[in-house]
Ligand binder design. Structure first.
Ligand code: HEC
Ligand code: HEC
Ligand code: HEC
Length: 120
């Protein structure tokens, strides 16, 4: 079968549309598996961060990346409770004020919550 010139352009146009649809999906980085942070001085226990447990914010990577956290492990710098209590790092949400799915996100500034992040 011989394609007419306009037929070829139609094929090209269709291909562009298909690629434009697939492109952003392929460009999306995979959701990382759970990982732990190196413990700072006097850290009461190992903290593991779970992308999958942060489902509310899950689909919007921009909730954390890249304003709050760099998209590379260790690149955000040292995580400290002082910074978190000032509302940065994990404290950007874990401040006892921010709501997600109608629930207030537990604060870093309460002894009852230390163990929610720091596991012995
Ligand atoms: C609730 C906050 C949060 C959300 C939402 C989030 N991330 Fe992350 N992500 C982190 C943290 C924390 C790190 C580690 C940063 C560091 O160590 O400096 C990280 C690191 C990463 C890394 C680097 C992992 C590595 O091994 O270097 C990738 C890739 C990543 N995230 C992808 C995503 C994608 C894709 C989404 C959206 C589906 C997403 N993240 C949503 C908090 C989040
Ligand atoms: C939302 C999660 C979260 C909660 C809640 C939390 N922390 Fe942390 N904390 C972290 C992360 C992440 C780090 C960095 C990794 C590490 O040092 O273990 C950290 C580090 C620390 C450190 C070492 C660095 C520094 O700031 O001196 C101490 C000490 C600490 N936490 C104490 C506490 C205490 C005490 C509580 C409860 C009042 C608490 N944390 C609650 C996430 C949390
Ligand atoms: C963009 C907002 C946001 C940031 C930033 C964030 N969290 Fe969360 N986190 C949430 C929400 C929302 C929940 C689920 C609501 C709840 O249980 O309070 C949650 C739940 C958790 C839980 C409980 C998970 C479970 O077992 O159900 C842990 C542990 C936790 N976060 C640790 C962290 C640590 C450590 C950091 C920093 C590295 C962090 N989060 C940063 C929003 C955030």
């Amino acid at each position: 079968m011989k394609l007419s010139r306009s037929g070829i352009w139609l094929l090209v146009a269709a291909l562009v549309v298909v690629l434009a649809g697939v492109g952003p999906v392929l460009a999306q980085p995979k959701i990382p598996a759970d990982f732990g942070f190196d413990q700072g001085k006097d850290s009461p226990g190992k903290v593991t961060f779970s992308h999958s447990k942060h489902k509310e914010a899950y689909e919007k990577c921009s909730a954390c990346h890249t304003k709050v956290f760099k998209m590379k492990k260790g690149q955000t710098g040292k995580l400290t409770m002082d910074a978190m209590k000032k509302g940065t790092q994990c404290g950007a949400c874990h401040d006892g004020k921010t709501k997600a799915a109608d629930k207030v996100v537990f604060t870093v500034d309460d002894k009852a919550n230390c163990e929610k992040c720091h596991k012995k």
